[in-house]
Design a protein around this ligand. Structure first.
Ligand code: ZN
Length: 79
């Protein structure tokens, strides 16, 4: 393989890792904050695209006052 191939694969892997890290920061299946584990984040209004996707992926949006993280809880009624 040429050096350019390694560079492409390396940067693609890095981007994927960053994407997964961001996803884990902002999406969770639990009702506590995924960053600081605060148990009482506040529900906030979801953007309209999230409401439109509700029939495929039910979700609720939260804002954590403890650390300022905004995240989406995927699924309904799971504690
Ligand atoms: Zn938090």
């Amino acid at each position: 393989m040429k050096l350019a191939h390694y560079l492409v694969i390396g940067s693609a892997t890095l981007l994927l890792a960053l994407f997964i890290r961001e996803f884990l920061r902002h999406a969770t299946f639990q009702s506590h904050c995924p960053v600081c584990k605060d148990d009482h984040p506040d529900r906030i209004k979801r953007p309209s695209w999230a409401k439109a996707l509700d029939f495929i992926v039910p979700s609720q949006r939260f804002y954590c006052y403890a650390c300022g993280n905004r995240f989406i809880r995927v699924g309904k009624g799971m504690q």
